[in-house]
Design a protein. Sequence first.
Length: 238
Amino acid sequence: MFITRSLRWWLASLVLAYMAGGHAGTPRITFSCWLPPHSAHFIKLDAIYREAFAALGYDFVMQHRPTLRSIQDANHGVSDGECARDFHYLASAPESPLIRVNVVVASADLQIWSYQPDVRIDNLSELNSGKYRLGYMQGSAATKSLLTPERQRDAQGLVTSEIGIKMLSAGRIDALIISEASVKRILAEMPLPNPIYHAGTLFRQSAYVHLHPRHRQLVPALTRELRQRIPEGGISLE
């Protein structure tokens, strides 16, 4: 009996060691991502990236971070890349070392919402007029590029979409720049004390993977793998 138990223990230990060794030998890519981890968009992109990197011989993990923290982690090399950033990000952040992978992975309308039903903001002049107490998501280069330096100083940068929507519903800001996808998700998940209203659409954003330069050699192969898995124009975040 002792020999049998010892043999079983030895065999089990050998199998576990083999499995651990195989996993440890597989390199891992980690993306930071501003999308909420329970959202359909996060889940869909996560699955696509896992498949693409598996084809290249990598394990893959995607970690949710607030919008600003997410891009900071990628820029500083804490993560290996950012899951989805607007095409204009690198132009508005010339100090960033990141490399854009030229495949549109997702798209969504960037909109303005208000707690006042009669508010309409139809152009950048009205957006920058200072007439409204304005909120926007920190870390969104596309949004920041729309605002004049003066408007950037008096607008309120918000850490998460949920905080922005709550402040808007409570009347603490008059208007909020936010993606349509975020509004739909939050309205479906979170009751608000007061209704909010669509006040205008600024443009349609196209988002791309941005890799840290230590993975520069992966760009051609990752481009090929993503094009095989993502429809032209990207996944619609609506």
